[in-house]
Design a protein around this ligand. Structure first.
Ligand code: AMP
Length: 218
């Protein structure tokens, strides 16, 4: 297994999913978004999807066992051999430990953990305004990124859009709490190991991408 292996972290709405997609294109490593995997499981009504939906709609975290198992299986797939960017995992200390042991079994290590830092007060507006094209998945925002022509996707011209059921103000508060209580403690853990790189996520999308790329290009 070769390639670059990165974790991208940050609170809900910090833009880590969008940034992970940009990096996937720029560096040809695969984006592993546990949120996307869970949403796919919900759409296809698998047992895990059914279990996860209630937890996700409450803004809480799905159990460590399920998540560790999901990522462990995904990392065994051949497309991960060229490197990967973990988006939304690990989210707890147990998951970080699970990841360490998975990687050490494969005799590989992380290259970096990127924290996309955005102040809490900006996150609620960012999250509650976002929506995506139902056909191609392109992301938009009521204030920051409207489709150029109203009602049609810039990319595929699709006319149907959807919003995540957990992107409402009440659930966002629980998601933020889960981040601060359970996920943020991983930052000092990775800092101590010398992996942590902090980027300012409180700027335009392209500026954040440039800053992250700089981390990798030195
Ligand atoms: P995200 O798309 O990363 O915002 O994730 C959406 C929701 O999926 C989260 O609020 C959690 O309920 C669940 N989720 C995603 N990744 C994880 C994870 N690594 N551990 C536990 N729950 C997760």
């Amino acid at each position: 297994m070769s390639g670059t292996r990165i974790v991208i972290m940050g609170p809900p709405g910090c833009g880590k999913g969008t940034q992970a997609k940009q990096l996937e294109t720029a560096f040809s490593f695969v984006q592993l978004s546990t949120g996307d995997m869970l949403r796919a499981a919900i759409s296809s009504r698998t047992e895990i999807g059914l279990k996860a939906k209630t937890v996700m709609d409450a803004g809480q975290l799905v159990s460590d066992d399920i998540m560790i198992d999901m990522i462990s299986k995904r990392l065994d797939e051949p497309d991960c051999a060229n490197g990967f960017i973990l988006d939304g995992f690990p989210r707890t200390v147990a998951q970080a430990e699970g990841l360490e042991s998975m990687l050490s079994k494969k005799e590989i290590a992380l290259d970096a953990v990127v924290e996309v830092r955005v102040p809490d007060e900006k996150l609620v507006e960012r999250i509650t305004g976002r929506f995506t094209c139902s056909k191609c998945g392109e992301g938009y925002h009521d204030t920051f990124k409207k489709p150029i022509s109203e009602g049609a996707c810039d990319k595929c011209k699709g006319t149907e859009f959807s919003r995540r059921s957990d992107d409402n103000e009440e659930t966002v508060k629980s998601r933020l709490k889960a981040y601060h209580d359970q996920t943020a403690p991983l930052l000092p853990f990775y800092e101590e190991k010398g992996f942590l790189r902090v980027v300012d996520g409180d700027q335009g999308m392209d500026a954040v991408t440039t800053e992250i790329k700089r981390v990798f290009e030195g």
